[in-house]
Design a protein around this ligand. Structure first.
Ligand code: BG6
Length: 481
């Protein structure tokens, strides 16, 4: 039996600028927030330093040197048969300080060349405007997206690149995983992924939600401008979906799973429906959070809705209210995550759940009835380079096969409109969460370790040949249903 995919399905691979490019000071690039994040591990957290500190190791400074090697890498992508390649534009390459008067031509030229190379190789660029790499100055001077001025700075950057690449790029995503950029759970110490500074004494939740709303407004403004620049642009929003299952059929657990999912749906609800949902305003009221949003901004949210939804999918989670001692869950107080005993985890504790992807696709599609693009899916694993050039990554093949089969079932049996699949970290890159190189995602191995040692040579893993076959056949063979 075969899992078939729609004609023109966008099989691809995804990365982000800060996790692959390196060349952190070249071409007049400014410092980005990713450039002040040190390396960590599965058990330690990345540190954020105040500027670049001598003797600290910052893995994104060189990353995998895609900035210089992209032509050879694209040759490999071509051999792999990729139809699409997702990356981001580093804002600090275009506006080194984020608020400069005019853009940096060298930065613009770099992406011109990169997109030309992709197009010459029949690979569709899928471009994210903001992927956790905001200029450092925006953080220092403005406190990140909690400051309304940053909305216009971002929109200005977006306008410049949308205009410049209007005949080269069709698919855009405004913010990578907009829910994680300002999500409390994912904040790095006093920062969020979008450089939002939380000062001591400030109400963290208030700051985070204000920043989220500001980002959603920025996204909607960009969508509106994009439509004027090129009406055939396909503009997407992106959310990281982690289905959260109730631990027990206990109604408290079920309610908790709904409430925790609402924290994610909030972002896609605004992207797609253009309105702040009532469950969110009710939540804010219950927490004494007051959000500054003008009538004009609400209008912009209503107008600037997206054409498709990009999703990332890595894992599922389980929520329990057992610690709430029988009290009904009001605002998730006391609800905690526990391990799902039906699932295995990778070495970083991420629970592997292929069926969860089908669940997400069903829920999201039924909610919005919009095309879905799976723009990230993958599993960090340790690889071993054997005999100098072989990587037998059967575990990665298994992971992708299991997930891709579920995508196929969602299309075939559930009627979900999935337009593409760009697997995360098509080529090994710097992990955003831990800064490790050895948390590998790619079907292409890059010889570089957690300390930054290695030749940077690329090697095809067994999964490279497997994925090539999947793309060529536009589907996969299913041995056991
Ligand atoms: C997503 C991000 O959340 O997860 C990527 O968009 C990130 O930037 C990916 O790399 C995997 O996470 P990690 O922490 O393993 O790199």
């Amino acid at each position: 039996m075969k899992c078939k995919f729609p004609k023109n399905f966008l099989w691809g691979g995804a990365v982000s600028a800060n996790q692959v490019e390196g060349a952190w000071k070249e071409g007049n690039k400014g410092l980005s927030i990713a450039d002040v994040l040190t390396a960590a591990s599965s058990t330690t957290q990345r540190l954020i330093t105040d500027g670049v500190v001598e003797d600290e190791y910052y893995p994104s400074h060189d990353a995998i040197d895609f900035y210089h090697k992209y032509k050879d890498d694209i040759k490999l992508f071509k051999k792999l048969g990729l139809k699409a390649f997702r990356t981001s534009i580093s804002w600090a390459r275009i506006f080194p300080n984020g608020d400069d008067i005019s853009p940096n031509e060298e930065g613009l030229k770099f992406y011109d060349d990169l997109f030309d190379e992709l197009i010459a190789n029949d690979i569709e660029p899928i471009i994210t405007l903001s992927h956790f790499e905001i200029p450092y100055n925006i953080h220092k001077k403005y406190g990140g997206f909690k400051n309304k001025k940053v909305i216009d700075l971002f929109v200005n950057f977006a306008e410049v690149v949308l205009e410049r690449y209007k005949s080269k790029v069709k698919y855009w995503l405004t913010f990578n995983e907009i829910n994680n950029q300002a999500d409390g759970e994912h904040s790095l110490h006093t920062w969020t992924n979008s450089a939002v500074l939380i000062n001591e004494g400030e109400n963290k939740e208030q700051v985070i939600y204000q920043s989220s709303v500001n980002e959603l407004i920025a996204s909607a403004k960009v969508v509106l401008i994009a439509r004027e620049i090129n009406p055939s642009f396909i503009m997407g929003g992106m959310v990281a979906y982690v289905p959260v299952y109730p631990n027990q059929p206990n109604p408290n657990d079920i309610l908790a799973s709904i409430k925790v999912m609402n924290r994610r749906y909030f972002y896609s609800d605004v992207h797609v429906r253009g309105e702040i949902p009532r469950y969110m305003t009710a939540y804010w009221n219950s927490r004494n959070i007051s959000i500054d949003i003008s009538k004009t901004e609400s209008h912009i949210l209503r107008q600037g809705t997206v054409d498709y939804l990009g999703i990332s999918y890595y894992m599922s989670k389980v929520v329990t209210t057992s610690k709430c001692e029988g009290q009904p869950v009001a605002n998730l107080d006391g609800a905690t995550f526990v391990e799902n005993k039906y699932l295995k985890s990778n070495d970083w504790g991420w629970q592997i759940d292929p069926k969860g992807l089908r669940i997400v696709l069903n829920e999201v599609y039924q909610r919005y009835n919009l095309p879905i693009f799976i723009v990230e899916n993958g599993c960090g694993s340790y690889d071993i380079l054997e005999n100098g050039n072989k990587i037998h990554d059967f575990y990665r093949i298994q992971y992708f096969a299991d997930h891709i089969k579920e995508v196929s079932k969602a299309i075939k049996y559930d009627g979900v409109d999935v337009i593409g699949y760009t697997l995360w970290g098509i080529i090994d890159l710097v992990s955003f969460g831990s800064g490790e190189m050895e948390k590998r995602y790619g079907v292409i191995f890059v010889d570089r370790d957690n300390q930054g040692v290695g030749t940077l040579r690329r090697y095809k893993k067994d999964s490279f040949y497997w994925y090539k076959d999947v793309i060529q056949k536009n589907g996969i063979e299913v041995l056991n249903e």
